[in-house]
Write a protein that binds this ligand. Structure first.
Ligand code: MN
Length: 278
C-alpha cells in the first residue's frame, strides 16, 4: 500500500467563457493538463449577471464534457437531437467524438447557480468516434451514506456502491463526498491513475503530512498511490476525481482537442464548411 499525498495545492483562477459566464478555472490553466483531464471549471454565483449570457451554440471535438449541477437549472440542446433541462444533482456526460454542436443556457433568470464542468481527453483511437450522450438524473446516481459521510458515486465505486458510468477507457472515478467534522474518509484508487480533490466548501487535511489545512474552493492534485485519507477539520464537501492517463501528445484549439495541429485545422475547416456534424 502506498499512501496518496498532496502533490500541489492550487487556487482556481477567475475566468470568463461562453457569452460572458464568470467561472473559476483550475485545470486548463494551472496545471495546463493533468492527463487525462483537460479542464475543470467551477461555475456559480447568486448574481444572474454572472451567468445569464450562458454558452450559446458552439462545437466540440475529441473530448468528453462532464457537467455536474449542484444548484440552479441549465437547458441544453445539441446536434444529436438531445435536448433537456439539467436540474440540481443531474449529470450530463457527453462524449463528443468527431463532433457535436450544442448550447448550454441558464433556464433561470435569478437565484443561485452552481456546478462543475470537467473535460476528459479522448485517445486518438476514439477522437473521431460517433458522439455519445449520457444524461443522468439525480436519482440515477448511486448513493452511499453512514453516520460520518454521504457519497454520490457518478463513476467508479465506493465499497459496494458503483456509479452508472462504466466500461470507460480511462476507468474514471467521480465522487461527491460530504464528510462531517472530525471524521475520516478512506478510499482506494488504482496506482495507475492520476487523481485530484476539488474542495467545494469546508476544511480538510489530506494524507499523512497534515500541516496543510485546506479551505474553500481549491484544487488539490494528488500523488500516485493507492490509499487516500481525507479528514474533515470542519464539515466539508469535495469531489474526488481520478482517471488512467492516456499518454498521447495533445493539440488544443479552443473547444477542439486533438493530437496534432493539422487535426485542429481540419476541425476548424469542417466547422466552417458545415461538415462538422457527421
Ligand atoms: Mn460546451
Amino acid at each position: 500500500m502506498t499512501d496518496i499525498e498532496i502533490k500541489q495545492i492550487i487556487k482556481p483562477f477567475p475566468a470568463t467563457d461562453g457569452a460572458g459566464v464568470k467561472l473559476k478555472r483550475s485545470i486548463g490553466v494551472e496545471p495546463d493538463y493533468f492527463d487525462p483531464f483537460l479542464m475543470l471549471d467551477e461555475f456559480g454565483s447568486e448574481d444572474s449577471k454572472d451567468y445569464i449570457a450562458g454558452f450559446p451554440s458552439h462545437p466540440h471535438r475529441g473530448i468528453e464534457t462532464v457537467t455536474y449541477m449542484l444548484a440552479g437549472e441549465f437547458e441544453h440542446k445539441d446536434s444529436t437531437g438531445g435536448e433537456g433541462k439539467m436540474m440540481a444533482g443531474d449529470v450530463q456526460w457527453m462524449k463528443t467524438g468527431s463532433g457535436i454542436i450544442h448550447s448550454e443556457m441558464p433556464a433561470m433568470k435569478e437565484g443561485k447557480l452552481h456546478g462543475f464542468q470537467l473535460w476528459i481527453n479522448m485517445p486518438a483511437s476514439l477522437k473521431m468516434s460517433k458522439p455519445e450522450y449520457h444524461y443522468l438524473d439525480a436519482d440515477e446516481i448511486s448513493k452511499y451514506s453512514d453516520s460520518d459521510k454521504a457519497i454520490k458515486v457518478i463513476a467508479g465505486r465506493y465499497k459496494d456502491t458503483e456509479g452508472p458510468i462504466n466500461k470507460h477507457n480511462v476507468e474514471p472515478i467521480y465522487l461527491d463526498v460530504e464528510l462531517q467534522k472530525e471524521k475520516e474518509f478512506q478510499f482506494s484508487i488504482p496506482e495507475t491513475h492520476n487523481s485530484f480533490i476539488y474542495l467545494i466548501n469546508g476544511t480538510i487535511k489530506i494524507g499523512n503530512n497534515t500541516n496543510d489545512i485546506i479551505e474553500g474552493s481549491t484544487l488539490i492534485l494528488l500523488t500516485k498511490g493507492d490509499m487516500l485519507k481525507v479528514s474533515a477539520v470542519k464539515d466539508a464537501k469535495f469531489l474526488v476525481i481520478a482517471g488512467k492517463p492516456i499518454g498521447e501528445t495533445i493539440a488544443r484549439g479552443g473547444p477542439f482537442v486533438m493530437n496534432t495541429k493539422s487535426e485542429i485545422i481540419q476541425a476548424i475547416n469542417d466547422y466552417n464548411n458545415g461538415k462538422f456534424v457527421r
